[in-house]
Design a protein around this ligand. Sequence first.
Ligand SMILES: Nc1ncnc2c1ncn2[C@@H]1O[C@H](COP(=O)(O)OP(=O)(O)OP(=O)(O)O)[C@@H](O)[C@H]1O
Length: 323
Amino acid sequence: MPDSTPTPECRTAGPADEDTATAPLLQAEQLSCRYAGHTALEDFSLTVYPGEVVGLLGPNGAGKSTALKLLAGVMPPSDGRVRLAGRDLLDRGLRYRRQLGYLPERPPLYPEMRVRAYLRFCARLRHTPQAAAAVDTALAECGLESVAGRRLDQLSQGYRQRVGIAQAIVHRPALIVLDEPTVGLDPLQLQGIRTLIRRLRGEHAIILSSHILPEIQALADRVVILNRGRICHQGPTHTDADWISARFRDRPDASALGGLPGIAQAKPLTGDHWQIRLSPGTAPETVLAEVAAQDWGLLAWQPGGDALEQIFLKATEGTGDTP
Ligand SMILES: Nc1ncnc2c1ncn2[C@@H]1O[C@H](COP(=O)(O)OP(=O)(O)OP(=O)(O)O)[C@@H](O)[C@H]1O
């Protein structure tokens, strides 16, 4: 695959540890990335569970593409590490990397290749069993059957984007990383790609980036907002008043937290950051007292209700795009 990404100053990620009690699919821990002295990403941590759709949102130059390159394992971090299914992404071989599909900002398409041949090439690169059948499935899923024999340079932007997504899913990865999958599309093409991404959720966990808020709201379960290389917010894309964002000093036990009276559901975003949904009719302050009485060192407790747009504006306040 062509890749013009310059190598950043890097440090090899540390050994994997096997603590996967709640079985996250992807764990990124305190990633940073420096390009020739310029810090593009700092202290980026993210946990993704199977079947989740996570949106990465931020103004131009916020560090979204950099974060996705590190999460997809196409570039090593300067600091931190990424684990996929409990194993260090960079230390492990193809077997684990095959669990990941990646659509870069500029899809690596060879203009003179035909769609089916290109996808077969991608499937073989990843040692996909029954490659021909896998290509047929990806063609059907991405609505590409009618253009399977066409050269890539004869396709419209929308169809090229579909081919980019098809190469990311042809080997049936558990995690798909999509960098701005809808950029440059007209409204009709946009609708097609949205429908496709919705169809893929569930079977695959998806991380996708955009600088457009409604895009993330339409597709993602939760959002991570980046600004100037740092995470400035993460939480659900729906901001119902009965969801609470809580931070702890020590990682709570999931079943103990979820089993407290008045709590309908507790979901970890990272080890110390949890989303808690209250049972209908429960007053947040009653549950707050229960949670604070536990041994987890409650640090922050923020009932939802703030519209995501306000959160985005607040989080990126006073900062424009970064070149
Ligand atoms: N290869 C590189 N060499 C040097 N600096 C880089 C490189 N790639 C990105 N940067 C810088 O790192 C910062 C983050 O860039 P990145 O592309 O990750 O942001 P982004 O949020 O994806 O932006 P956009 O939405 O415009 O694509 C920017 O300041 C950018 O100029």
